[in-house]
Write a protein that binds this ligand. Structure first.
Ligand code: NAP
Ligand code: GDP
Length: 318
């Protein structure tokens, strides 16, 4: 990426897109790179014509493809069909427009929740297509798996450099803090904020025993920029903290309780779904390429996210 390049980030206004903006405009700023962070207002990427117009206007040389219908366990449980159809359309439109416009490299985003539910651990990059995903989010998962199929097919038939990353659960500033739609960490932050304000108990959904590896959005952004510039493979790469850094939902809740100095009653609503018990992923491939990469300590990242939430409460998604 030595020459002048124009990098289009689809889904540029979301959690991951805004983290990439922070890093690309800051510590990773390069004079030859021009970044364009697109929202759904720039183009509805499930619409082919709108997608093609966006590419004609921006003329990207590189694409980080984040745009997607995204949600936590409870949104997925309700809308498997919409997750499948919307994301399949978006992915086909973005990759086809990238091909037709001669984009040099595309990095798309999969997720560790797309891996088979019945599996051996740790999960690695070779296992994406091994067996059915967890039933709670099969629509999202199958459409995401097809990105890997498209990447390999564009490469084999046309020599395109289209690849993908597989992040674990992401959290940070600009997250979706809506309780119905969002993921667990922003949900916990929002619920503790309300419990503190209203002097009510804080309720964790489910048993608290499922386990997750959380990655801070700014760490993910650093790694995705590296993937765009330097990762040479078409095959995906898992972007995750180590297996030893996996925590239970209960431990994640305790980290938020500590960060927000919540002193009230904590309850568990076991009538709510636990979802997938775990999806422990190996970051051995990442460590082979980036042995020295330092992840932000979990408690520090949670604290920074809580601070951002409190400072931006009036305007954030909730
Ligand atoms: P997010 O905060 O919900 O942001 C979603 C982005 O996609 C927004 O910029 C949104 O634009 C855009 N978008 C949605 N529908 C669109 C459409 N029809 N046309 C154009 N743009 C559209 O999501 P995120 O957490 O940053 O996720 C980014 C990527 O990471 C996704 O591909 C997701 O699957 C993946 N991922 C996320 C997680 C996680 O824990 N969050 C974990 C693994 C992988 P508007 O702002 O205009 O609505
Ligand atoms: P997942 O990692 O794809 O399953 O999605 P989530 O980020 O939504 O995490 C779901 C896990 O967190 C399940 O075990 C839920 O029972 C648990 N959980 C506890 N409280 C909440 C909450 O407020 N919101 C969400 N989304 N999940 C919660």
């Amino acid at each position: 990426m030595g020459d002048k390049c124009v990098i289009l980030v689809t889904g540029g206004t979301g959690l991951v897109g805004q983290a990439i903006k922070t890093i690309a405009d800051g510590e990773e700023k390069r004079p030859n790179e021009e970044w364009y962070f697109a929202s759904s207002k720039d183009a509805d990427l499930s619409d082919r014509e709108a997608t093609e117009k966006l590419f004609e206007r921006v003329k990207p040389t590189h694409v980080i493809h984040l745009a997607a219908m995204v949600g936590g366990l409870f949104r997925n449980l309700k809308y498997n069909l919409d997750f499948y159809r919307t994301n399949t359309l978006i992915n086909d439109n973005v990759l086809n427009a990238s091909f037709k416009n001669g984009v040099k490299k595309v990095v798309s985003c999969l997720s560790t929740c797309i891996f088979p539910d019945k599996t051996t651990y740790p999960i690695d990059e070779t296992m994406v297509h091994n067996g059915p995903p967890h039933d709670s989010n099969f629509g999202y998962s199958f459409s995401k798996r097809m990105i890997d199929v498209l990447n390999r097919a564009y490469n084999k038939q046309h020599g395109c450099q289209f690849t993908s990353v597989i992040p674990t659960n992401v959290f940070g500033p600009y997250d979706n803090f809506n309780l119905e739609d969002g993921h667990v960490l922003p949900g916990l932050i929002n619920k503790i904020y309300c419990a503190k304000r209203d002097n009510t108990p804080f309720t964790v959904w489910g048993t608290g025993s499922p386990r997750r590896q959380f990655i801070y959005s700014l760490d993910l952004a650093r790694l995705m920029i590296w993937v765009l510039r330097d990762y040479p493979e078409i095959d995906p790469i898992i972007l995750s903290v180590g297996e030893e850094d996996e925590v239970s939902i209960k431990e994640a809740a305790e980290a938020v309780i500590e960060a927000m100095e919540f002193k009230g009653e904590v309850k568990f609503d076991t009538t709510k779904s636990d979802g997938q018990f775990k999806k422990t992923a190996s970051n051995a491939k990442l460590r082979k390429y980036r042995p020295d990469f330092k992840f932000t300590p979990f408690k520090q990242a949670v604290k920074e996210s809580c601070n951002w939430f409190e400072a931006n409460y009036e305007t954030l998604r909730k």
